[in-house]
Design a protein. Structure first.
Length: 165
């Protein structure tokens, strides 16, 4: 089994959990912020989706340079579009991880903004940090937003206060 296949199993498991969470996002409350410095609910939900697209950025490419390109967040107008975005990015990440040779995970990857280098580390560490841990962090934030909006939070690793065993 390749490194990509091992990570793919984790991605597929976690993507199912992520989708359960996204399915209950109250799109009509997309402007909700628990604090003035917080992202809006819709911004956070979109970001949770976008992270799954980072497998391409972190494995197919050798660096991310913020000084080139012009990232524009996708405008989503419905919960169905949010879920479709998630499903599309999972499908693309599945192909990438299925085809990625092991040696690619040991190559260095750099995050920069022009001449300013934020870090360089092996791609294996980058995907763990930026594609998985970062997702878990923001997914946890999303559960707090849902709780504050009194939306029942689905279980991802077992029962929740809303959905018992």
């Amino acid at each position: 089994m390749t490194i990509g296949n091992v990570l793919l199993q984790e991605l597929l498991h976690e993507s199912a959990n992520t989708r359960k969470l996204l399915e209950v996002v109250p799109f009509e409350k997309g402007d909700f912020k628990p604090h003035e410095k917080s992202m809006s609910l819709l911004h956070l939900a979109r970001h949770v989706c976008e992270i799954t697209g980072w497998w391409k950025e972190c494995l197919v490419k050798d660096e991310l340079d913020f000084s080139v390109g012009d990232f524009t967040p996708k405008v989503l107008t419905s919960l169905e579009e949010l879920l479709a975005m998630h499903d599309d990015l999972v499908a693309k990440a599945t192909v990438i991880l299925s085809e990625m040779p092991d040696e690619e995970f040991f190559k260095p990857w750099t995050m920069r903004n022009g001449e300013t280098i934020y870090f360089t580390m092996p791609k294996a560490a980058v995907v763990r940090t930026w594609c998985l841990n970062h997702l878990f962090h923001h997914r946890g934030q999303l559960t707090v937003y849902l709780r504050l909006l009194d939306v029942p939070v689905p279980g991802m690793y077992g029962p929740t206060a809303d959905f018992g065993a």
